[in-house]
Design a protein around this ligand. Structure first.
Ligand code: ADP
Ligand code: ZN
Ligand code: ZN
Length: 751
């Protein structure tokens, strides 16, 4: 091992795809690591250049003896670029992708963005000299020069803009002044700063004893060298953000920087303002709304030590701080922390790896922690902290569960249960606001009975079947097929419910538009705002709708899961959750967890102010444990039941799962490649390995490309990376195109 190193000479992207092989001299073999900077002879003249080690092997594609040798290992512990390259090497191994794709994820493309510059002028004379010079200029009627000196006597540095456009000093006059040694012209870099809020800085809240204990403990553990990540489990409004602020302050005092990850959708003006009030100009944001130039400027500011805090979605992890000491992941259970393109990394695991590389603390927060994190906290791999009470004094809302099967039996064909309609009426009369949340995650085609709540499920896998949208030859007619995405089982959509015989067995398709229409019918005077993918297409429409609602320009806000996060609306006293169970049947082993999280979060929107809140959950499956535990606000109970189920079926976090996804324009080839992958996986299998498939993907065909999956389960993650490596090697050896096979470890979505 470590005999040969792959080295990239320049990390501008054009050259990244050309790593060069070097021999590692004996004396370096113990110390060399991916990410290290090295000096290497390069090119015909063998001039020494600096490069980065991106991989180490014991074999070589070249005749080994003839290779050039690495000349020197350079110290580079604190070099952010070296750290990112080491991280990329880890991501490539952990998640499966090319090194180029991994490098492109962690290092920004070197886009030709011009660094903006500012000119400024400063006085080179002391006050006495300046006064004398001023008298001379006035005598000579050199008014422009006199004007500038007078201005500089009041303000020793003036911007180029002010000098040229306000004082109207001509270039020749400036030249003359410089030649006479009276002034100096300087060019300073100008950073585009996306954070420009008003308001004062230095605002602070006295922490509660519970908050203070957490802050003290986390910092003390860090000081003692304990690098275990922490999970902060606290309901919305329990003061987690205040804890983050205090922790960041503590880290800044220790000379380190902080990265704050929040879901992109939660990155609102209000959030940024809260951080700005604490840290002023030394905080910045990083997200997809920034221009390439703005992004580059934030990286430069971070690298040069001009920032202490960066806030952003998962890509903010890769901001090149000199010495990060803290990584915060708010709403750690959020799906958006996982990348959907190769490498399909999870920001939580990647943050922990990065923290290991730079000795940072990781603190994750959530009101509904992921099964993964809570399981680790229970085992002691994470430290667990809980915040039980809401800080602003608001109490937890009263929750009602309405059985929509009964409503139907009683002749109610509207979207609203009798109780929800009545409560909406009360709110309108009292001038209070309501939010209606339609759970649309399960839209991917599950079919259920409106009379008894029966959901079509796979007889082999205990996941719900999905109605296929991709039209397939031979099936024709209105009656679709139901497929299992885990084993490939298929059946036609039943015409009558196999349990109760009702004809009301249908796919669910109520959108925000229909809800808004029905509302207007029932309450013609109500002002209704709608928020979903359709109404939030433009850049700031999301913020606009939310602030209109916050300003009480509407009585009812109807929306998809988008409305669940972000703002605090103190005047909202009623939250209605329609089709609570829709996401249960979305297919996939995480459906129960996702439903529980959504219900808890939606419920958390009610009663954030002084007035108590109420929540109405409408469901066809009131007996389902996700609905029951959410209604009872019982996370522990939910965790126990869900984890038992995961253990029984060997799903994460009880086991690890690798999804191998094959895509091909020809269906036979896709199937063949998937069978091959399953075969290679089988060669590495031991008694604990479970291999499922090949099975067609959830959406079997996209853009005329067929998609097949193979699923491999094992308790030991490294057995799965070995399978991935074997598949990669075999495919490369048989000349298969790389892009047609993707890996997803512990997937969040059903395929
Ligand atoms: P979370 O991040 O858990 O949702 P926040 O930190 O946003 O909770 O706190 C909820 C509300 O309580 C905010 O309005 C916040 O200003 C307030 N708050 C939090 N901690 C304190 C404190 N120690 N003293 C007074 N108000 C607090
Ligand atoms: Zn039925
Ligand atoms: Zn199945």
């Amino acid at each position: 091992m470590n005999e040969f190193a792959e080295v990239i000479v320049d990390i501008s992207h054009e050259k990244v795809d050309r790593p060069f092989g070097y021999r590692v001299p004996e004396r370096f073999r113990d110390r060399i690591r991916p990410g290290m900077r090295v000096r290497i002879p390069f090119g015909a003249g063998n001039a020494l250049r600096t490069g980065y080690v991106i991989g180490l092997t014991s074999r070589s594609d070249f005749p080994g003896e003839r290779m050039k040798e690495i000349a020197e290992l350079l110290p580079g512990e604190k070099d952010p670029e070296a750290r990112m390259i080491a991280l990329a090497a880890w991501m490539k191994e952990q998640y499966g992708s090319t090194m180029i794709a991994a490098l492109k994820t962690v290092l920004p493309a070197r886009e030709p963005v011009k660094q903006k510059e500012l000119k400024e002028f400063r006085l080179c004379l002391d006050a006495q000299e300046a006064q004398e010079r001023l008298a001379v200029y006035e005598k000579k009627h050199a008014y422009a020069r006199a004007r500038l000196i007078r201005a500089l006597l009041k303000e020793p540095v003036l911007s180029g803009h002010f000098v040229r456009d306000v004082l109207r000093i001509s270039p020749p006059a400036l030249k003359a002044l410089e030649a006479e040694g009276a002034i100096e012209e300087k060019t300073v870099p100008f950073y585009r700063n996306p954070v420009r809020p008003g308001g004062k800085t230095g605002e602070k809240k006295a922490l509660s004893p519970a908050q203070q204990r957490i802050v003290t403990d986390v910092l003390a553990a860090w000081d003692a060298g304990d690098r275990r990540p922490s999970l902060l489990f606290g309901v919305t409004g329990s003061g987690k953000t205040e804890v983050y602020l205090a922790l960041i302050e503590g880290m800044i005092a220790r000379g380190r920087q902080a990265i704050v990850l929040i879901p992109e959708i939660a990155l609102t003006y209000q959030t940024v303002l809260r951080f700005y009030r604490h840290f002023g100009e030394r905080v910045s944001v990083m997200n997809s709304a920034l221009s390439a130039g703005e992004k580059q400027d934030q990286r430069l500011r971070a690298k040069r030590g001009e920032l202490d805090v960066i806030i952003g979605p998962r890509s903010a992890l890769f901001v090149p701080f000199p010495d990060p000491g803290l990584i915060i992941i708010d709403e750690e259970h959020e799906n958006s922390y996982k990348s959907e393109t190769m490498p399909k990394y999870h920001a939580r695991e990647t943050a922990i790896e990065l923290a290991g590389l730079c000795g940072a603390a990781v603190v994750m927060g959530s009101a509904t922690p992921s099964l993964e994190s809570y399981e680790k906290a229970r085992r002691g791999e994470f430290r667990l902290y809980t915040l039980k009470e809401r800080m602003a004094g608001g109490s937890l809302p009263r929750i009602y569960v309405e059985d929509m099967r009964r409503e139907l039996r009683e002749g109610n064909r509207t979207i609203f249960s009798g109780r929800l309609a009545e409560k909406l009426r009360q709110r309108l009369a009292a001038g209070e606001q309501s939010m209606l949340f339609i759970n649309r995650r399960g839209y991917a085609g599950f079919v259920s009975c409106r009379s008894c709540g029966y959901v079509c499920k796979c007889p082999h896998c205990s996941v719900s079947l999905s109605e296929h949208r991709a039209a397939r030859a031979g099936y024709g007619g209105q009656q679709g097929r139901l497929t299992c995405h885990y084993c490939g089982y298929e059946q036609p959509v039943p015409r009558i419910c196999p349990v109760c015989g009702s004809r009301y067995i249908l796919g669910f398709k109520a959108g925000t538009e229909q809800i808004a229409e029905q509302l207007s019918g029932m309450f013609p005077a109500a002002r209704v705002l709608r928020m979903d993918a359709d109404t939030t297409r433009t850049k700031d429409s999301y913020e606009k709708i939310l602030s209109a609602f916050a300003n009480r320009e509407a009585d009812i806000l109807v929306g998809t899961q988008m409305i669940v996060k972000g703002h605090d609306f103190p005047n909202v006293t009623l939250v209605g959750i329609l089709a609570a169970d829709l996401s249960l049947s979305a297919g996939g082993f995480r459906a129960g967890e996702r439903t529980f999280q959504l219900l808890c979060q939606a419920a958390g929107r009610a009663g954030r102010g002084a007035k108590p809140g109420e929540v109405v959950i409408q469901t066809y499956q009131p007996e389902h444990y996700s609905v029951r535990y959410a209604a009872a606000q019982d996370y522990e109970g939910f965790f126990e039941e869900e984890y038992t189920y995961r253990k029984l079926l060997s799903y994460p976090p009880a086991s690890h799962l690798l999804a191998v996804q094959i895509q091909d324009k020809k269906e036979e080839d896709a199937l063949l490649a998937a069978r091959e992958a399953a075969q290679w996986a089988a060669e590495l299998a031991d008694g604990q390995t479970v291999i499922i498939g090949p099975a067609p993907a959830l959406i079997e065909k996209i853009n005329d490309t067929y998609r097949y999956g193979v699923y491999i389960k094992h308790k030991d993650y490294s057995r799965l990376t070995a399978v991935k490596n074997r598949i990669e090697e075999r495919r490369a050896a048989s000349g298969r195109a790389r892009g047609t096979c993707q890996f997803d470890f512990d997937p969040l979505n059903a395929y």
